[in-house]
Design a protein around this ligand. Structure first.
Ligand code: G3P
Ligand code: MG
Length: 287
C-alpha cells in the first residue's frame, strides 16, 4: 500500500459516520484534558477524543490546552517553565464549574494534568485519538517546542505501531504537520483553521499541502459549507468541525455532509445525530 493509503486507514476502518470526537474529552461535563474527561467521553460513546499537547521544561509531553496554568488549575505560570513533577502537584479539576462558580465539584479529587502516554493508556483501542500539537506560529520558542512534540509523537508511533490506525495528528501550525509528514509519511495529519479567511481558502491550504483532514471552526458553513464539503470529499479529505456544542447544529452540519463533530458534549451530540440522521450508517469518505 502507498503511504497515502496507509494514512487513510484511520478513516476507513471505523464503523460509524459521522464521528463524534470529544473536544478535550467530555469537557462540558468534566475538567478538560483530564483522564476523567477522556474516560467519560468513551463511556458516552464518543468515537474519538481530541486532546492538546504541550511540552514541559524537562521534555515530557503533557495534555493541556492553554500555555499557562491559571485558567484550569490551582497553579500559575507557564507549562514549559514547569517540570512534570511540579505539574503533578497541581489540581487539574480546580477551576471546573458548570454553575458559574457556585460549586467546583472536581476540586480536590486528585485530577492531574496527564501525560500524553497516560491518556493513550486510559483509552480502549477502538477510540480515535486526535492529538492537537500546540504551536503558536508567531512565537519562535513555542514553535520550536511544537517541533519537538512532533518528533516525539512520531517516535512514539514507531514504538507503538498499533497507534497508526487510530492517531490523527492535528495543528494550527502547518510547520508541525509538515514535520510529521516528513518524518512519518504514513501518519494521518489534519489542519485546524480559524475563520481568518473564507472557508474555501481555508480548505485550499489543506488540499495544497496534501493533508489528510480539514478541521475548521464552525464559521462560514451556511454560505460555503456544501461546496467546501463537496470539494474536500472529491479529494478524499474528511471535514471535522469544531467546537459544536448545540446538538441541533451538529445535525445541520452532518446533513450538509460534515464527517466529524468535535464537541464538548459527546453523548448529547451522538443522541441527536442518531435521532435525526441515523448516525450509525457507514459513510466512507475516502476514495
Ligand atoms: O482541534 C480542534 C480544536 O481543539 C481547536 O481549538 O483552541 O480548542 O484547541 P482549541
Ligand atoms: Mg484543541
Amino acid at each position: 500500500m502507498q503511504s497515502s493509503e496507509l494514512r487513510h486507514e484511520i478513516f476507513r476502518n471505523r464503523s460509524t459516520r459521522p464521528w463524534v470526537i470529544a473536544h478535550r474529552g467530555a469537557s462540558g461535563l468534566a475538567p478538560e484534558n483530564t483522564l476523567t474527561a477522556f474516560v467519560l467521553a468513551v463511556e458516552q460513546g464518543a468515537d474519538g477524543i481530541e486532546c492538546d499537547l504541550r511540552l514541559t521544561r524537562d521534555g515530557h509531553i503533557v495534555v493541556c490546552h492553554d500555555a499557562s496554568l491559571q485558567r484550569t488549575t490551582n497553579g500559575h505560570g507557564l507549562i514549559h517553565e514547569h517540570t512534570l513533577a511540579e505539574l503533578r502537584l497541581l489540581d487539574a479539576g480546580y477551576a471546573f464549574t458548570t454553575d458559574r462558580g457556585a460549586t467546583y465539584p472536581f476540586r480536590g479529587l486528585g485530577l492531574r494534568i496527564p501525560t500524553f502516554e497516560e491518556v493513550l493508556a486510559a483509552l480502549p483501542s477502538h477510540v480515535v485519538v486526535n492529538a492537537e500539537i500546540k504551536s503558536a506560529p508567531w512565537d519562535p520558542a513555542d514553535r520550536q517546542r511544537g517541533q519537538v512534540i512532533a518528533e516525539r509523537v512520531v517516535a512514539l508511533v514507531r514504538q507503538r505501531p498499533d497507534l497508526r490506525t487510530r492517531l490523527l495528528v492535528s495543528s494550527f501550525d502547518s510547520a508541525v504537520l509538515d514535520t510529521v509528514r516528513r518524518l512519518d509519511p504514513e501518519l494521518a495529519v489534519a489542519l485546524c483553521t480559524l475563520p481568518l479567511a473564507p472557508l474555501p481558502e481555508q480548505l485550499r491550504s489543506t488540499l495544497d499541502r496534501g493533508y489528510d483532514a480539514f478541521h475548521p471552526m464552525d464559521v462560514g458553513f451556511d454560505e460555503h459549507g456544501a461546496a467546501v464539503i463537496a470539494t474536500a470529499h472529491q479529494a478524499g479529505v474528511p471535514v471535522n468541525v469544531w467546537t459544536v456544542d448545540v446538538p441541533d447544529r451538529a445535525v445541520e452540519l452532518v446533513v450538509l455532509g460534515v464527517d466529524g463533530i468535535i464537541t464538548d458534549y459527546p453523548e448529547a451530540t451522538r443522541r441527536a445525530l442518531e435521532r435525526a440522521v441515523g448516525a450509525t450508517a457507514a459513510r466512507p469518505v475516502t476514495p
